[in-house]
Design a protein around this ligand. Structure first.
Ligand SMILES: Nc1ncnc2c1ncn2[C@@H]1O[C@H](COP(=O)(O)OP(=O)(O)OP(=O)(O)O)[C@@H](O)[C@H]1O
Ligand SMILES: [Mg+2]
Length: 179
């Protein structure tokens, strides 16, 4: 069991990169009102057929060469279900994939979100060709960071330029807390 949800997020978004996505939308909805913590990852990558969706959730299957099992999806699914949550994959071959993981927020086994700020930074730096649209919603707040918008503002400067990274880091620090 991975002890922080941010590790799961890293894995699920990296799957989108591997699937050749140009755009990934990551949404975290943290609701005390509903007692749920939801993670939604939507991409425009290569997508999966119905059969591929089924086997992706099987802990003994992977398409990666030289590896016997792919565990990213099965681990997140298992973790969700242990926490009275729901796990869902909606995917269409050639179109993209939506992965939804909902946890009962107050469940004793729910892992903390963990270091979400570093996770977002890691994903932004690691995404050479993929734009990330990240939204964090709580009952009384909404925060958005969209690499497309950042790229528009920085023009010719690459997004992994150290000054840009520092700017993003500060922006995240001002607006988010690690759980
Ligand atoms: N966003 C996605 N778009 C298209 N296919 C996907 C996506 N996410 C997962 N898959 C498919 O589902 C399989 C299982 O994913 P999973 O993350 O569980 O394992 P993995 O990525 O193969 O290995 P690991 O995450 O353990 O390194 C992948 O190998 C890939 O074929
Ligand atoms: Mg994976």
């Amino acid at each position: 069991m991975m002890e922080e949800l941010s590790y799961h997020i890293l894995d699920i978004v990296q799957n989108s990169f591997t699937a050749g996505a140009s755009n990934v939308r990551l949404e975290i909805i943290d609701s005390d009102k509903d007692d749920t913590l939801s993670i939604i990852v939507e991409d425009d990558g290569k997508g999966m057929s119905e059969r591929e969706v089924k086997i992706a959730q099987d802990p003994f299957y992977t398409t990666k060469k030289g590896k016997r099992v792919g565990l990213g999806i099965p681990l997140l699914k298992e973790c969700c279900e242990m926490c009275e949550g729901k796990f869902e994959i909606i995917s269409e071959k050639g179109k993209g994939t939506i992965i939804k993981a909902v946890f009962k927020k107050s469940h004793i086994d729910r892992p903390p979100l963990g270091n979400i700020k570093d996770t977002i930074l890691t994903l932004i730096v690691g995404a050479e060709k993929t734009d990330i649209d990240f939204t964090y919603k709580a009952d009384d707040k909404i925060f958005n960071l969209n690499t497309k918008e950042i790229k528009k503002q920085i023009g010719d400067i690459p997004i992994n330029n150290p000054d840009v990274i520092n700017f993003i880091k500060e922006y995240l620090n001002e607006n988010l807390e690690n759980e």
